[in-house]
Design a protein around this ligand. Structure first.
Ligand SMILES: [Zn+2]
Ligand SMILES: [Zn+2]
Length: 228
């Protein structure tokens, strides 16, 4: 699809979209029934949970501490590195790489970005906005939105993004519904992606602290998958 995403937001095309939570029955394992039909092949689906990042596993105190470490590592942290006007950077942004081959979500660093760029980077946040707008719950903006005013997108490009988001959201729901049917029929199981936080080391986290955070993220992935 060509809808001309301005740099540096090309990642919008590269990042896989998260998958919504599945109900709890997906945890059941396939068991072969003695004397029944011959064991059939059981497919495994690897799902990437939504809202699955350090922000969701750290305590408030740990998160504040993380912010201070990132500030310490980036002298010019207060200006957004993603937009032309270099707007005031207020939000800590976790940077992730998605290894589709090995199904690993890999932490690669962190930076401070502005609200507008943060919105554009966050599929969940964007969907929220589109939904609110469709329901007439979005207050009329007092000034042109950041995506147009600072990033230079046209109304048409924003509309193309909206359509693409809705389309992908719909496809994901269909895909998940299909997987659920297979799981219920005992034909498939689901597992979450793995996580790799090794590069937290650049902010002074010890190997033990990193292992502990990885373990929390794994727990969260399963909770997200099981819809808890
Ligand atoms: Zn920005
Ligand atoms: Zn800006």
């Amino acid at each position: 699809m060509s809808w001309g995403v301005p740099s540096p937001f090309r990642f919008l095309r590269a990042v896989p979209r998260g998958l919504a939570a599945l109900p709890s029955y997906v945890a059941r394992r396939h068991v072969s029934r003695p004397g029944g039909r011959p064991e059939q092949e059981v497919r495994t689906y690897y799902l990437l949970p939504t809202q699955w990042s350090l922000h969701f596993v750290m305590t408030e105190r740990e998160w504040q501490n993380f912010k201070e470490r990132v500030k310490g590592a980036i002298p010019d942290w207060a200006r957004c590195p993603l937009c032309p006007k270099r707007c005031k950077a207020t939000d800590l942004d976790e940077i992730w790489e998605y290894d589709h081959q090995d199904r690993v979500k890999r932490f690669s660093g962190a930076q401070f970005i502005c609200r507008g760029c943060h919105w554009l980077k966050s599929p969940t946040w964007r969907m929220e906005t589109w939904t609110k707008a469709a329901e007439g719950r979005l207050p009329a903006p007092s000034e042109p939105p950041h995506i147009i005013d600072c990033l230079g997108w046209t109304e048409e490009q924003v509309e193309a993004l909206r359509r693409r988001d809705l389309e992908e959201h719909g496809l994901q729901r269909q895909q998940l519904a299909h997987i659920q049917v297979e799981v219920q029929a005992g034909e498939a199981i689901v597992r979450p992606w793995e996580v790799d936080l090794t590069l937290l080391g650049q902010y002074g986290y010890s190997a033990q602290e990193i292992a502990e955070l990885e373990s929390r993220m794994r727990d969260l992935a399963w909770r997200r998958l099981l819809g808890r």
